[in-house]
Write a protein that binds this ligand. Sequence first.
Ligand code: AMP
Length: 400
Amino acid sequence: MTKDCVLVINCGSSSLKFSLIVPESGKTLLTGLAERLLSADASIRINLDGEKIIDTLPAPYDHQSALSHLVSFLYEHKFEQRLLAIGHRVVHGGENYSQPEVVTEVVEKMIEALAALAPLHNPVNLIGIRAAKLAFSHLPQVAVFDTAFHQTMPKTAYLYGLPYQLYAQHSIRRYGFHGTSHYFVCKQFAKLNQQAMEQTSVITAHLGNGCSIAAIEDGKCVDTSMGLTPLEGLVMGTRSGSLDPGIVFHLCRQLGYSIEQVDNLLNKESGLLGISEISNDCRTLEEAIEDEDNAQANLAMDIFCYQIAKTIASYSASLTKLDGIVFTGGIGENSSLVRERVVNRLKLLNVVMDDEANSATRFGNSGNIAKDGATACWVIPTNEEWVIAEQTYQLINEAN
Ligand code: AMP
């Protein structure tokens, strides 16, 4: 049997997402998700050949149980014989990693140390790496960092207006996230427009439950909207995005909030959910606008779209040319309404929408939704798993 697949693992605090991918073609052989881990109703869903197989997980209902279940499944279907390596999504690579790395003890220690910058993500990413090492001790494990693509940003873009010592001694700076997604859609844009990625300058908007925008000059990231943490930048599903830091003092001093309560408020109770008081989900808000003309849902969407447009426009200070704008992520790929409201605010950048193309380009289709002669404006479905599989494959080939 030919060894031609990479297992991609994306570990969250109570979930484990996985896919089995042929890196050369991007063909996905299976996908799946283990959810509600660490609770007694933990379950695992595997999608194979259009069929959904759902099982409950045995105690201790953890990431290791989920991986053991997956390993049995892979053996049962003889996929294990095709495995080349395991690729892991790791959220924070700090300044240490601008490229993927084969996981060694040193790399593991570094991911652990970087947990100071990503306490919610790096420790669970490590749990996934360690569980996969136990399950597949004979295979190389590769870490692909969400921050890596943004490491080309200049100091002008990544330093905050804080005392320099906080950067020099404590690494406080902008790192950015969703790097694999911004990289992928930029590469796809170049391919679709028959130009080299090294000569491609675009603004990419990854709009999902988490949202970020990147300015990319000649294939390299020069600025991005997320910061030290994924909280900065745009209004998101439940995150506030950027706000006056004075609000934090006000909440604590005047309203008696604790640090934990502020953290929860800004990360989990704000954004589209907080403003609309209905939902963090774009689809639900669109329905509320369409079915009941709901004013608060409409306001939340307007604030969301205004911030996206404002950030895109602000990157005209970061780029020397603009080949196009790219929308991706669950909202960017599917919501014609969001794209319309954003683009309608970008007339000064000569972005003019073709309404028919905008309505038609959804549900996995790629396409330019701008009018002829206007700045190109593409919808390109992202595929972070494929990037992780591809980079894992390249790295283990180089190492051999
Ligand atoms: P992601 O985090 O990339 O999976 O994106 C999740 C977001 O995409 C949620 O806010 C969804 O409501 C939104 N989304 C997914 N499908 C659609 C759709 N058909 N129309 C509008 N929004 C969508």
